[in-house]
Design a protein around this ligand. Sequence first.
Ligand SMILES: CC(C)(COP(=O)(O)OP(=O)(O)OC[C@H]1O[C@@H](n2cnc3c(N)ncnc32)[C@H](O)[C@@H]1OP(=O)(O)O)[C@@H](O)C(=O)NCCC(=O)NCCS
Length: 174
Amino acid sequence: MHRSTRRLTLRPPTQDDVHSVFAIYGDPATHRFNPAGPLKTQHHAAAMLKRWMVHWQSAGYGQWAIAERDAPDVIIGFGGLDKRPYGPVERLNLGYRFAVAAWGKGYATELSQASLDFGFAELDVPEVFAMVRPGHGASIRVLEKVGMRCIDTLDDVPGEPPSLVYRASRAQER
Ligand SMILES: CC(C)(COP(=O)(O)OP(=O)(O)OC[C@H]1O[C@@H](n2cnc3c(N)ncnc32)[C@H](O)[C@@H]1OP(=O)(O)O)[C@@H](O)C(=O)NCCC(=O)NCCS
């Protein structure tokens, strides 16, 4: 359940993470490219955390709470793999959201690579997907750095340009 990368420690979220969830997901800066906007209340954060924990219970994996190995009690972000709807189909999705203070250190790339390795080696899935807004240069760069390629678009925001759908496949990785 707990795992580490070169600089990060990853663990399943717990109810005690609600303050960290709200600090990160309630910050407008972390939602600049998310049309839904930041979470408005801690109640919304608790509801999202509950959904993540239900996913862990049913699937055995899900969003990790992420900390630096040197400071394991300070949560700097959340991310990893979970099942999400892509229009009418459900896909294994790579997602991440880090506190602003943690940006620019390569952490999203490190988390993403660990997530793909986990998906291919341990979940034994053939493909992992990610969805990103077309103007989100930093997130697009992260996906491309871990070898994901844009394979499609998804019209998920009414009146706005479609999101980009990225994919990594095990065949391509190995
Ligand atoms: C997007 C996000 C995950 C990036 O995290 P990060 O840890 O800073 O990412 P990394 O340091 O691993 O890599 C970022 C890369 O994007 C590049 N980059 C940064 N800003 C950029 C921009 N505006 N346009 C293009 N590339 C950009 C960086 O230079 C780096 O590439 P490099 O290693 O080749 O120099 C982080 O900013 C975040 O959590 N944002 C809020 C939540 C969010 O938007 N999540 C994604 C939803 S799809």
